[in-house]
Design a protein around this ligand. Structure first.
Ligand code: UD1
Ligand code: CA
Length: 456
């Protein structure tokens, strides 16, 4: 079995991002570019992943602190060869080293796997481009064997016509890589240690040089500006939209959906325009998502309909529920089957059992609601006394009249009814009507004040 280490180059300044943040921390599809690369590298099950960073102080190590990777600082930045050299002390001579780039975020596992299959020796990931401007060119001899890479700025007129370019991604035997890097010189137009110069050294040492191509060209697109980032973001969103369509999801418009994470869908799912899915979201069979919903880290079970402009965050929704429009489920909400949540209802850290309804203008926080409960319009759970939070328990078959405040901790027992406009501060008895409301009275003969005439 081949031992593998991965080096991710991420020391470049990113001048053209015009940002105080290191370039590789800018997000694509809701995740830092370098995190995409780390996550992809992990799929290869390497021994070590070493991230070479430079700008932004500890920002890059901080952002990756839970990713179980090693770091090497490159200061100053003297070229790609110099960058790889900074990681060498972490690498195992018995294995191979894969070089990736923190600003080439969409490289895919299948492509890297294909590079691993290319054979022993040095493997370069190359692509043929109609417009190769700016890239290093792959130079081959009469037999078609790679003899070297020449940078655009060092290329002859003939070499500039070559359309096969170096993506920068390569897989090298680590022991040889170490000796080649030690021999790099800066006698080129940019005065840098070029990683690409190791290709000529491999050829001189009689090491086989293979090439592999990416599954799709967008995998090797590097990001130097916000404009390139926006283009690649859109490309990725189109890839995600096509993936969903190919699985049978109905998208009202594949150009108007954003998936920032992993979206899994059952059969006959329909998604209207403008929706954003973040983190891990699963939608069951026949789920319908209305326009402009934002759904993050949530599961929504079969047959549930989410009406437009609803926000669902870190919550689970059961089968055949009706949510929204304009509903907000905050973290820790668990809705069982057949629950209805209507407009301007906010639910936080609460469990609502089967068949219960809160259809209008409510706040339900830190609450456990049983089955078949009706929460009247404007009902509020007062869960916070300014210092501590308390729970509200509403048992099965309760009816809460409109505009009620339930001051926690409080339990509304099974089958009880709360009269509209009540402020409930003590537990209510099972099956009874409880209300706290001053009696309605009429003052007969009362007349409205009239505007006084102002004397001049
Ligand atoms: C490099 C390749 C070129 C290839 C191109 C693909 C070399 C000499 N050339 O050129 O053949 O076609 O990438 O985009 O390798 N970096 C560091 N430290 C450094 C220098 C660079 O970490 O000292 C990182 C950068 O952050 C960037 C990557 O390496 O992610 C590439 O560096 P860049 O200077 O953009 O190389 P190119 O000139 O584009
Ligand atoms: Ca570049």
């Amino acid at each position: 079995m081949n031992l593998l280490d991965v080096v991710i180059l991420a020391a470049g300044k990113g001048t053209r991002m015009y940002s105080d943040k290191p370039k590789v921390l800018h997000a694509l599809a809701g995740k830092a570019m370098v995190q995409h690369v780390v996550d992809c590298a992990k799929k290869l099950d390497p021994q070590q992943i070493v991230v070479v960073y430079g700008h932004g102080g500890d920002a890059v190590p901080l952002a990756l602190k839970t990713s179980d990777v090693l770091f090497a600082i490159q200061e100053p930045q003297l070229g790609t060869g110099h960058a790889v050299q900074q990681a060498m002390s972490h690498l195992d001579d018995e294995g191979q080293t894969l070089v990736l780039y923190g600003d080439v975020p969409l490289i895919q596992h299948a492509t890297l796997h294909q590079m691993q299959q290319a054979g022993s020796g040095l493997t370069l990931l190359t692509v043929n481009m109609d417009n190769p401007a700016g890239y290093g060119r792959i130079v081959r001899n009469g037999q078609g064997d790679v003899t070297g890479i020449v940078e655009q700025k060092d290329a002859t007129e003939d070499e500039l016509l070559i359309r096969e370019v170096n993506t920068g991604i390569m897989l090298a035997p680590t022991r040889q890589l170490r000796t080649w890097l030690a021999k790099l010189r800066t006698n080129n137009s940019q005065g840098e240690y070029y990683l690409t110069d190791i290709v000529g050294m491999a050829v001189a040492d009689g090491i086989a040089v293979h090439t592999a191509q990416p599954g799709q060209e967008w995998e090797i697109h590097g990001i130097n500006s916000k404009s390139q980032l926006a283009v690649l973001e859109r490309t990725w969103q189109q890839v995600e939209a096509q993936r969903l369509l190919s699985q049978g999801v109905t998208l009202a418009d594949p150009d108007r959906i954003d998936v920032r994470g992993a979206l899994g869908c059952g059969r006959d799912v329909e998604i209207d325009v403008g929706c954003i899915f973040e983190g891990n979201v699963t939608l069951g069979n026949r789920v319908q998502i209305g326009a402009y919903c934002i759904i993050r880290n949530a599961s929504i079970a079969d047959g549930t309909q989410i009406a437009p402009y609803s926000h669902i965050d870190s919550s689970d929704v059961g089968e055949n529920c009706r949510i929204g429009p304009y509903a907000r489920l905050r973290p820790g909400s668990k809705l069982h089957d057949d629950v209805h949540v209507g407009n301007f209802v906010e639910i936080k850290n609460s469990e609502i059992d089967k068949g219960s309804k809160a259809n209008h203008l409510s706040y339900i926080g830190d609450t456990t609601i049983g089955s078949r409960v009706n929460i009247g319009a404007g009902t509020i759970t007062c869960n916070y006394d300014g210092a501590n939070k308390f729970r509200t328990i509403i048992e099965d078959d309760v009816f809460i009249g409109s505009d009620t405040q339930l001051v926690a901790p409080v339990t509304v027992a099974k089958g009880s009814t709360i009269g509209a406009g009540s402020t409930i501060t003590r537990n209510t008895p099972e099956g009874e009507l409880t209300l706290s409301r001053s009696k309605q009275m009429t003052i007969s003969g009362w007349s409205r004040p009239v505007k006084k005439a102002i004397s001049k």
